[in-house]
Design a protein around this ligand. Structure first.
Ligand SMILES: [Zn+2]
Length: 277
């Protein structure tokens, strides 16, 4: 189908989901996180600052935009880790571009609902370090840092605080945290050994996943947040599961019954009739 023919069809069939994935003059009410993470756009985005309480962006570029929900969730979680382990810095990779859309080399990251968070690292002896960048951890929890010419250890303790805060944050609506299948058990075992709340561990097990396809995620986590009810009304297309712990929006008022509608319409008419008008 030609682009012109498709545009005409969309104009005729505005209700078709395929036609409303991007804001356009024909869809002025589509704002915010619009479409799907791998096919969509972003407007009215929030930007994660280059540096904040307990976090710093890896690169100073414009790949720092996301929904207010995602940006707030990262800021809150990083601040908690820094409060519990002073000196901690969460190094943040790409979110989305200011207006979303395609962003190489990612498949998703197009609607402001995805963020790459580098892993917390320590020396092999356990001394806290700030991540030097993307380093690949093996199933032994060690990574070779070619720039620093040293081994680094996956800092399970601090990573767990981050994951715990994200999944306990009901407003964050964290749907997935993509992470390597060999690193996930280290976090879960640590949480169990510490006696963390079973509900928190259950949530972590639900969201932690090594996606196929999608890469092994042995050098960062990829956090995906779900559309809120309000965002869905504005064009965000839900995909994937709604977690049981997500905060629900304000309950929508029940629509008036037929009797109420008839009453509302007939009462003024009765009033007019009584007054002989
Ligand atoms: Zn990612």
């Amino acid at each position: 189908m030609t682009r012109r023919a498709r545009a005409m069809l969309c104009a005729l069939l505005l209700a078709l989901p395929a036609c409303v994935r991007a804001p356009s003059p024909l869809t002025p009410d589509r704002v915010g996180s619009v479409g799907l993470p791998h096919r969509g756009t972003l407007s009215r985005a929030a930007s994660l600052p280059g540096v904040g309480a307990g976090f710093a962006r890896l690169r100073k570029d414009e790949r720092s935009y996301g929904t207010a929900g995602l940006v707030g969730a990262i800021e809150r979680a990083a601040a908690v880790v820094a409060r519990e382990r002073p000196g901690s810095v969460l190094v943040v990779g790409d979110l989305s571009l200011p207006h979303g859309g395609r962003i190489v080399p990612h498949l998703s990251h197009r609607t402001g609902r995805d963020a790459d968070l580098l892993l917390y690292v320590s020396t092999p002896d356990g001394a806290m370090l700030t991540s030097p960048g993307f380093v690949h951890f093996g199933p032994d929890g060690l990574a070779w840092d070619p720039r620093g010419q040293r081994f680094l250890r996956f800092d399970v303790e601090r990573e767990w605080i981050l994951i715990k805060t994200l999944v306990e944050d009901d407003d964050a609506r964290v749907q997935w945290i993509f992470l390597n299948h060999a690193l996930e058990p280290m976090l879960i075992d640590w949480a169990r050994a510490k006696g963390e709340p079973p509900e928190t561990i259950r949530r972590a097990e639900e969201v932690l996943l090594e996606p196929h396809p999608g890469g092994v995620h042995d050098d960062h986590t990829h956090v995906r947040v779900a559309c809120s009810e309000e965002e869905v009304r504005e064009g965000c297309e839900p995909n994937g599961p709604d977690r049981a712990w997500f905060a629900k929006g304000e309950p929508r008022p029940e629509p008036p019954s037929t009797e109420e509608l008839v009453h509302d319409v007939s009462e003024p008419l009765a009033d007019l009739a009584e007054r002989g008008l």
